[in-house]
Design a binder for this molecule. Sequence first.
Ligand code: ADP
Ligand code: MG
Length: 363
Amino acid sequence: MTAVGIIGGGQLARMLALAGYPLGLTVQTLDPDPGSCALALTQQLVGEYGDGEKLRWLAEHCHCLTYEFEHLPVESLRYIADRVPIFPPLEALGAAQDRAEEKTLFRELDIPVPRTANISTLAELDAALTDIGLPAVLKTRRLGYDGRGQRLLQDRRGLATTWRELAGQPLVVEEYVPFERELSIIAVRARGGETAFYPLVENEHRHGMLRSSAPCPEDPLNQVAQQYATRLLNAFGYVGVLVLELFEVNGRLLANEFAPRVHNSGHWTIEGAQTSQFENHLRAILGLPLGSCRPVEHCAMINLIGQLPDPNALLAIPGAHLHVYGKHPRANRKLGHVTVRERDPVSLAQRVQSVRALIDSPG
Ligand SMILES: Nc1ncnc2c1ncn2[C@@H]1O[C@H](COP(=O)(O)OP(=O)(O)O)[C@@H](O)[C@H]1O
Ligand SMILES: [Mg+2]
């Protein structure tokens, strides 16, 4: 049996495992949490992501390694990369870990970005704001996710306090983009260089955290988004799924960030596309042909954050599919998601409204 090792044991690893079993794969994960949510579905090594001994074990027992989490020690992974194929390439992981490096890469590839500056002192921040203007967003260069490590700067009052909250680590400041929509494109590249693209996804975030996603296959911006994603894929000789997050402003696309992994804005593909992002990621890293990314019917995905709805009420909504990750409920924690699939957009909108009503006032 082909064994795939996944570094990280969260919900993305769990859904990769779910996609891997029909392909006859066995899945081995590495996660420091002995109660990780992929545990029920995979054989898990309990250890830090950079644990040399555990990584070596994975390299010896797996045909191929991948990761579901970006904040990994790249150097430790490099050490085993000559013993076992690791995809996506570690160069892509390194670039995605640092917002400054990521933005430099976008510029080099002629992918438009918001105005940004790298900051290491309060005086530099002050000077950058004169250039970039207000409002602006101050972000840690590394270790951010779900909006963590970010502060919105409305004016110069309280600047020193906000600075102190994030100081001590390298920062970037960006113009606040008054976007019309947030979009993402999920792309996949096979070992042989074949590429495939899911349609653009419109995403709604609240407090920096993804709430809902819906594919827009007819959107005229699909073509330019695919061009930008292709430049990234080619730059790395990429293998696997890559997600590019974009802002639409005045009908133009600006790149926000990219993720070298399967992504929350692609969860709709499980029921909503001919081949899910999880299956296509596995196909890509194992050197198998890619599956079609074409959507089947209309669909939308809604995250379940902090608490779960009553499954009886939720599953009574026609077209609704429930995914529960098996994590302990906690405020602002992604516990699951719902995908609604319908034949026409009007019924989809009605069903989505029913799901939202249930989630906003669970029993
Ligand atoms: N420069 C910006 N202008 C407007 N909104 C932003 C900006 N940067 C981030 N945001 C909002 O915050 C969310 C999270 O920021 P992001 O940079 O994607 O970090 P992460 O997803 O790593 O936490 C974005 O999806 C967007 O909604
Ligand atoms: Mg993001």
